[in-house]
Design a protein around this ligand. Structure first.
Ligand code: NAD
Length: 256
């Protein structure tokens, strides 16, 4: 018996087996959840994701570019047709043009800023709106942020601004959807080696610094993000919404 037996979730943001979304999926499967997945459009993305999801028997695996409302509509329409409802949603999606991430924030172009904000922050709003009519028995939504949304972290640049917007969107969405029993929360994860983090110029410095300074004197492990995901998506956290939970070995409490 798992604490998510009979629950249906949609996971947006698995790129490969190092994705935070996959770490969470692993933990959710272990608790009995039924999961549907989206991946970036394209054969190689689909192949990489299906290699993980097919052995788990995932019935719904669909392409979705979060910049396209029609893709989002198609995915949530298919979830509705297959399951008639949705209990939870994981949003684990972000992107900024790599060359712009490497430049100082002051040099950010208007076009790059809009693109990063659209994919990394607005997409949560669009996905929550599409999930809402399917969350007929209430529901839970979780997105993933980073400490660079609260403080200036060298090299994180526009993504930090996107994360600030994402974390505050979590609060406003929690305010809007709370009366319908839909909870919206955020996990602020410590630095993890993933496809996305490879685009952050100062990532190695960030990673080493975390392990030295965090009270637990190490970096976060993927399974720990999975555990936090299970908590925030299950009834165990029924009284919690609009929250950003730091899963960062305590790094964010340290002042110096
Ligand atoms: P990842 O590369 O595995 O995941 C990022 C996902 O975003 C990929 O699946 C990618 O396909 C998806 N994506 C990008 N553009 C998209 C678009 N237009 N439409 C749909 N999907 C799109 O890397 P990750 O580190 O697992 O990142 C997941 C989330 O965790 C991101 O929001 C990231 O900012 C956040 N995060 C990462 C770290 C870290 O150190 N890796 C730390 C804190 C927060």
């Amino acid at each position: 018996m798992g604490i998510l037996d009979g629950k249906v979730g949609l996971v947006m943001g698995v790129a490969n087996d190092r994705s935070i979304a996959w770490a969470m999926s692993d933990a959710l499967y272990a608790e009995g959840a039924e999961l549907a997945f989206t991946h970036l459009p394209g054969q190689s993305s689909e192949r990489r994701v299906r290699r993980l999801t097919d052995p788990r028997g995932a019935k719904l695996v669909m392409p979705c570019d979060v910049q396209r409302d029609e893709d989002i509509g198609r995915v949530f329409g298919a979830v509705g047709e297959m399951y008639s409802r949705l209990d939870f949603l994981i949003h684990s999606v972000a992107f900024a043009p790599p060359h712009e991430l490497r430049n100082p924030y002051v040099d950010m172009s208007r076009k790059g800023w809009h693109l990063a904000m659209d994919i990394s922050a607005y997409s949560l709003v669009a996905a929550a709106r599409a999930a809402r009519p399917l969350m007929t028995r209430g529901g839970a939504i979780v997105t993933i942020s980073y400490y660079g949304g609260e403080k200036v972290i060298p090299g994180y640049n526009v993504m930090g601004v996107c994360k600030a917007a994402l974390e505050h969107s979590v609060r406003y969405l929690a305010g809007d959807l709370g009366p319908e029993g839909i909870r919206v929360n955020c996990i602020s994860a410590g630095p993890m080696r993933t496809l996305s983090s490879a685009g952050i110029a100062e990532f190695d410095t960030m990673h080493d610094h975390f392990a030295r300074k965090a009270p637990l004197r190490r970096n976060v492990e993927f399974g720990e993000l999975g555990g936090a995901g299970v908590y925030l998506l299950s009834e165990q956290s029924d009284g919690i919404t609009g929250e950003t939970l730091h899963v960062d070995c305590g790094f964010s409490i340290v002042g110096l």
